[in-house]
Design a binder for this molecule. Sequence first.
Ligand code: GRG
Length: 310
Amino acid sequence: MSTNSANQEAAFGAWMHDVQARIESALGRFLPSSEAIPARLHDAMRYVTLGGGKRVRPLLACAAGELTGATPERLEVAACAVEMIHVYSLVHDDLPCMDDDVLRRGRPTCHVEFDEPTALLVGDSLQTLAFGLLAGDAFGADDDSPVTAARQLEMVGLLAHASGSLGMAGGQAIDLASVGHALNQPELELMHALKTGALIRAATLLGALCGEAMSESEYAALDRYARRAGLLFQVVDDILDCTASTATLGKTAGKDAAADKPTYVSLLGLDGARDLAERLRTDALEALSGFGQGADRLIALTDFITHRKF
Ligand code: GRG
């Protein structure tokens, strides 16, 4: 590796670390305290949200915000709202009526550590907290802010669409119905575009919406990027699930493959899935080509998503 690319990698690593720390701290502020009544519910919300996860969606929001000059404070609001929706989805996905998982982010899942009704309410409460955050006054009351009330409404609509039956929840429904069935590539793509991709797209667009307005063509290009990045994330996740399940027997990461769910690896084989990931990475980066250096962070993040090991 040349000195230049080693320096770039170190700078990206430092940026990632900084964003993760800021998001952790902002989530801690936005979540109700563990003492607020009902204390057990709030304790469980903090348990599942704080101290774990890669924070890929907040990272995408913050990197996309660099395209539009969004301030770190405004980005924290949008990034935390998306992360809350993501954490809610993980808590519900782990429930016995869904994937029935006992470990998440290296710790007992919410229903194991607390109980099933609490886990259900944790998911519900995180979801409403996320929308309350986007709709409320956390963006600040500055008259010159690009995040006007109309923009906030747009953001709420975007996140609602990404989370609901035409987005993440719909993708989960297709996933549950597909267990034991062979899906072809377009069917698999639709399922993942909804289940995982919709929230990743929303994270990216919401980050950009925290700053100055984009032209229609810029927004469309970022949208194209975000859709490809969402699929890329899922293809890499399937590859990691497969390699982790053979390398690390008994790890929760291998559960989906073992549970006879259709994946990119089961459809295309490991090499085919790796080729597809590389194609999606190239296509995603191509969509950013008009943004110049403003997109450097998104480009580095796309490489992180492609080459991550967990
Ligand atoms: C229950 C409404 C509802 C939806 C659940 C997204 C989802 C739908 C379930 C998550 C289950 C899962 C393991 C999906 C595969 C891809 C994925 C979203 C992995 C987890 O995301 P990461 O790797 O997790 O970003 P961390 O812990 O790093 O945040």
